[in-house]
Write a protein that binds this ligand. Structure first.
Ligand SMILES: [Mn+2]
Length: 292
C-alpha cells in the first residue's frame, strides 16, 4: 500500500488567447482520459474543481481573457491558502496570467514567487511588440508587469514575479521585441541549444536552484510546445527540435524534493492534433512526475 496524494485540478478551457482554436477542448479530453484515471493507481487522487467560466459573454476578447484570468486567480489563490497542491490545465497559455497572479497574491507579503517557464517560445510580447496581438504570446510579460493593465493588474497592481526569480527553458522560436524585454530585465533563458548540450536534468536543476533561493515558493508553467512534436504532437504551434518527453518526465521528478514546490500548469494541449493519444498519455505522466 502506498499513500495517496491529493491534487486539485482546475480547467481553463479557453483558446481565446491563441491564433488557432482547439486547446479549449484539452481539459475535457483529459478529464475523460483513461491515463488520468490510472493516476490513482500511481498514488494520485485528482479533485476536479469548478471549471473556469465567463460570467459575461458580451465582452471583447481582451476583456474575456482578463475576466477568465481573474476567476482563475481566485480559484488558485483559494487552493494555495488552504495549502492544497494544484494543477491548472489549459487551454491556451494565457492561463498563466491568472494562475500565477493568484499564487502571488496568496503568498504576499511574506514571500516572493519563483517560476520555471518551459516553452518553445518566450511568451513575452506586449501589444506594442506583437505582430498578431495573440495574448497567449504575452503571459510572461504580463507577470513581469509589462503590457495591458487589465492583465498586469489582476489581484494587485505591481508585477507578480521579480525577473531574477524566473527561468525559461527550451526557447527556440521567438521575436526580437520579446527577447529584448527579457534581456533588459536580465531574465535567465536556457535556450534549446543549452538544453541539448547539458541535458534537461542539469538545466532544470540549475533553474530550480535559482528560483527557489532561500526555500521560497515556486511553480512550473509548462507549454506542451516545449516538447519535441514527435513526442507531443497535440499542440497548436509545434516547433521541431524540442525537449524529449521522456527526459522531461524524468527531470521534473526533481521538483518533489523541494518543499517550496507549490503547483503547476500545463497549457496548449490540443487534442484534435494529437496522434494515438500520445500527448494525452504524456500529460498524465508529467503530472505524475511532479506529484508522486
Ligand atoms: Mn507558451
Amino acid at each position: 500500500m502506498h499513500t495517496i496524494k491529493e491534487l486539485h485540478v482546475i480547467s481553463y478551457a479557453s483558446d481565446l488567447g491563441g491564433a488557432k482554436t482547439g486547446s479549449r477542448h484539452g481539459p475535457d479530453v483529459l478529464k475523460q482520459s483513461v491515463y488520468f484515471q490510472q493516476l490513482y493507481e500511481k498514488g494520485l487522487q485528482l479533485h476536479w474543481q469548478h471549471p473556469i467560466q465567463l460570467s459575461d459573454t458580451n465582452l471583447s476578447k481582451l476583456q474575456k481573457i482578463a475576466q477568465l484570468c481573474q476567476v482563475l486567480a481566485e480559484s488558485v489563490e483559494g487552493l494555495v491558502q488552504q495549502k492544497k497542491k494544484f494543477i491548472v490545465l489549459g487551454g491556451d497559455h494565457s492561463c498563466a496570467i491568472g494562475t500565477w497572479s493568484g499564487v502571488a497574491n496568496a503568498i504576499l507579503p511574506q514571500q516572493s514567487l519563483g517560476l520555471i517557464w518551459i516553452d518553445a517560445h518566450l511568451d513575452s510580447h506586449t501589444f506594442q511588440t506583437s505582430q498578431t496581438g495573440n495574448i497567449h504570446g504575452m503571459p510572461l510579460a504580463c507577470l513581469l508587469g509589462e503590457g495591458e493593465s487589465s492583465l498586469t493588474q489582476i489581484k494587485y497592481p505591481e508585477p507578480k514575479i521579480k525577473p531574477q526569480f524566473i527561468c525559461l527553458i527550451g526557447a527556440r522560436s521567438f521575436e526580437k521585441g520579446e527577447e529584448d524585454l527579457l534581456k533588459r530585465l536580465n531574465v535567465r533563458i536556457f535556450y534549446m541549444d543549452e538544453v541539448k548540450a547539458r541535458g534537461i536534468e542539469a538545466v532544470l536543476k540549475e533553474a530550480i536552484e535559482q528560483v527557489s533561493q532561500n526555500g521560497q515558493v515556486f511553480g512550473v508553467s509548462l507549454d506542451i510546445d516545449s516538447i519535441d512534436p514527435v513526442d507531443a504532437p497535440g499542440t497548436g504551434v509545434a516547433e521541431p527540435n524540442g525537449i524529449s518527453g521522456e527526459a522531461l518526465c524524468q527531470a521534473l521528478k526533481q521538483v518533489t524534493r523541494y518543499p517550496g514546490f507549490i503547483g503547476a500548469e500545463i497549457a496548449e494541449f490540443d487534442p484534435r492534433r494529437d496522434q494515438n493519444q500520445k500527448t494525452e498519455k504524456l500529460i498524465a505522466q508529467l503530472i505524475a512526475a511532479m506529484n508522486v
